[in-house]
Design a protein around this ligand. Structure first.
Ligand SMILES: Nc1ncnc2c1ncn2[C@@H]1O[C@H](COP(=O)(O)OP(=O)(O)O)[C@@H](O)[C@H]1O
Ligand SMILES: Nc1ccn([C@@H]2O[C@H](COP(=O)(O)OP(=O)(O)O)[C@@H](O)[C@H]2O)c(=O)n1
Length: 665
């Protein structure tokens, strides 16, 4: 998961391989609630681990439900319709799939509860559900604006509920209100309970998921068209024992689109969901096919490849796939004419106003976009008009995910996704998964070279962290080689060059959470002594050793980018890097820094010996025949003798910004 303020996606040119998708959020949270209300223990497999499922689980635990977790498998001991806690204040985050059904469940079960969430949750309407529950006799107060969370729920005796008249609920704003009632009314179904939908029901496929899962838990709802739903008298939730969560069909949409845009070879295989899924968003496949995608499917997999190119423009009533349709809006940039998505008013009341947001961000990329109360029209974007944009994501996971597809732009521009962490709502590893199946045109590298104790490591780690990039501490490879040389009983000099190079070539080395692990042993401290630094400097002067470590270093260059520190990152290993920094500080400063650093680690040493070692190392590193320490011709020099660490970081990030094309947006 990326928690950097932004994530830059370099331009991509192709996609191939296999993607395993996380579980569906809608299915996960419905199953959690049903399992908690049911009699018996339910084992839930492949549950999505995300912000919204965590909100639901925390709430259920707070209500007294016992949950045991082992990896992606949970055992839930159902409450059999009886709360253990009758008073609680519950945080719902921005999880509509927890807020709505829990409001209904708690209002029906009786107790004193307060439900609140993040500020955006307090702007998402819930009045239609509260109205329906109030008709029934439930008592719910608005603690902020009428019609919106936060809410206070008061207890009502079950015999005070008016179950003999149909409960009327609006279906034209969000289908989640109807889902909330369907999921929870079995709690009080001492007689047949009927729900009548007022207005045209939107997002029916989500209701199908609800009915399907209710059936798995022993509740057979009778449905007359999409207007009347009856929960039979005596309905009681029964655990199905084991239940598997299908992968999220909406999440599949990004990879189906990826296949359509860029899988020119064997296609992209998507695992966890197939064309016969119970999720409505699987019908995204039809829209993708209409735009030109080639899609094959099996029971639990899809294979998608590019068909028509450019894609074919589409004019679609997208009411049945509201979430996945956002992906079509980005695909439309690559189409042969303007594409229109209609009947999508529900976009306006999602995590953000998605029509406004999509239009604004597509325009930042350079696209012509028209939009209205319930539609959006996106014009194709020719190569010459693409701009490098910083895409705002509005705390909306789907905006972040669908705009990643803009990285296939024909202008080969990078795309900046702001607050990439928002994908945690449904697909925490979205970008990591994407990076496994795309071929980039280029992977950016920032090189930070310089003499010992100039602060390269400190600076490089922080710059990598700020950008979400990988980090290569090339010095540690030479240090480990020095250590391995000593452990093999060899002197680190030219007489043993071949044997030391062979050792370097065969290093069994791992970098785990900042630790350096050699042959399974944590050697992080052993390689940090000044003696180890001196050995490193000696083995690093041997050309065969440098050669042996070359490909290992290049393998660190992985998406989304790399910050590499050392002596020859900019001159030899990554000479084409767009930013090279040559970091220096006075010898006195460096000796002083190293002294403090070693003392703080409990390693005793004197300033004088350190300074002498450091100058000897500088001299050897600078004068050796292969890859000597020297600034690359195009390196920017940074003398940080008078700078704090924070100032050095800021300077390098500023320089990085200078060489990026994002300034205009
Ligand atoms: N700009 C700076 N100002 C003051 N101290 C610094 C600065 N940069 C790094 N240091 C300190 O100097 C020490 C050596 O830095 P390090 O990153 O290990 O250097 P290198 O990787 O170049 O050998 C560390 O204790 C670090 O905190
Ligand atoms: N890219 C690199 C990195 C380190 N080295 C050598 O490895 C030694 C240890 O590197 P390091 O970066 O861990 O050293 P410090 O700068 O932390 O003292 C240096 O003195 C260099 O001789 C190198 O030759 N080339």
């Amino acid at each position: 998961m990326y928690s950097s303020p932004f994530l830059d996606l370099p331009p991509f040119r192709a996609a191939t391989g296999v993607v395993r998708l996380p579980g569906s959020k809608s299915i996960s949270n419905r199953i959690l609630l049903l399992a908690a209300l049911a009699a018996g223990t339910t084992t839930v497999h492949d549950l999505l681990d995300s912000d919204d499922t965590r909100v639901m689980l925390d709430a259920l635990r707070a209500l007294g439900c016992e949950v045991a977790q082992e990896g992606a498998t949970l055992r839930i001991h159902g409450l059999d319709g009886q709360l253990r806690t009758r008073q609680a204040s519950l945080f719902m985050g921005n999880a509509g799939t927890a807020m709505r059904p829990l409001t209904a469940a708690l209002a029906l079960l009786g107790g004193d509860f307060e439900l609140h969430g993040v500020p955006r949750m307090h702007e998402r309407p819930i009045g239609d559900l509260v109205d329906a529950l109030t008709q029934l006799g439930c008592r719910i107060d608005y603690l902020g604006n009428p019609g919106y969370p936060p809410l206070r729920i008061h207890p009502v005796p079950p015999d005070m509920l008016a179950l003999d008249v149909p409960i009327r609920v609006r279906g034209d704003v969000s289908s989640q209100f109807l889902t909330a009632l369907l999921l929870t009314l079995p709690l009080v179904a001492t007689r047949d309970v009927t729900i009548e939908v007022v207005g045209e029901l939107i997002s029916r496929p989500y209701i199908e998921i609800t009915l399907n899962l209710l059936a798995r838990f022993g509740i057979d709802v009778r449905r007359e068209d999409w207007q009347r739903f009856t929960i039979p008298a005596g309905s009681r939730y029964r655990s199905p024992g084991d239940i598997h969560v299908e992968a999220d069909a909406s999440s599949a949409s990004y990879f189906i689109a990826l296949g359509a845009l860029a899988a020119t070879g064997d296609g992209l295989r998507i695992e966890g969901v197939g064309a016969t899924s119970i999720q409505g968003d699987i019908r995204f496949i039809e829209a993708a096919r209409e735009m030109g995608a080639q899609v094959e499917s099996g029971p639990n997999w899809l294979r998608v490849a590019r068909g028509a190119w450019p894609l074919k423009a589409i004019d679609l009533d997208a009411n049945h796939i509201p979430d996945a349709a956002m992906t079509l809006a980005v695909m439309a940039l690559y189409a042969d004419g303007p594409s229109t998505l209609r009947n999508i008013a529900s976009w306006r009341v999602k995590e953000t106003d998605r029509i406004d947001a999509m239009a604004a961000e597509l325009r930042k990329l350079g696209a012509a976009v028209e939009d209205g109360p319930d539609f959006i029209r996106v014009h194709p974007l020719p190569a010459a008009n693409w701009r490098a944009a910083s895409v705002e994501t509005y705390d909306d996971h789907r905006i972040a995910m669908c705009f990643s597809l803009a990285a296939f732009n024909p202008a080969a521009l990078p795309v900046r996704i702001l607050d990439p962490h928002c994908v945690a709502k449904t697909f925490p590893d979205y970008f990591e998964t994407l990076f496994e199946v795309v071929e980039p045109l280029d992977i950016p590298v920032i090189c930070i070279d310089g003499p010992t104790a100039s602060g390269k490591g400190t600076l490089a780690v922080e710059v990598a962290h700020a950008l979400g990039y990988h980090y290569l501490d090339s010095g540690s490879l030479y240090r480990v080689t020095g250590l391995a040389t000593r452990r093999a009983g060899l002197e680190p000099d030219a007489a043993n060059e071949g044997r030391i190079a062979a050792l370097a070539h065969g290093l069994s080395l791992q970098f785990i959470k900042g630790q350096v692990v050699l042959d399974g042993e944590d050697v992080s401290d052993a390689i940090r002594t000044e003696a180890a630094g001196m050995d490193a400097s000696r083995v690093s002067a041997l050309p065969a050793v440098r050669e042996a470590l070359l490909s290992l270093q290049k393998r660190f260059r992985r998406l989304p980018g790399l910050v590499a520190d050392g002596r020859d990152m900019g001159t030899v290993i990554f000479p084409e890097a767009p930013l090279k920094v040559f970091l220096t500080a006075s010898a006195a400063q460096r000796a002083d820094r190293r002294h403090k650093q070693l003392i703080s680690k409990g390693i005793s040493t004197t300033l004088d010996s350190l300074r002498a070692d450091l100058e000897a190392r500088d001299a050897r590193d600078s004068s050796r025949s292969v890859a000597p320490l020297k600034p690359a011709r195009d390196a920017r020099r940074l003398d940080n003798s008078q700078l704090s660490i924070a100032q050095s970081i800021e300077q390098v990030l500023d320089w990085w910004q200078d060489v990026q094309p994002f300034k205009a947006s």
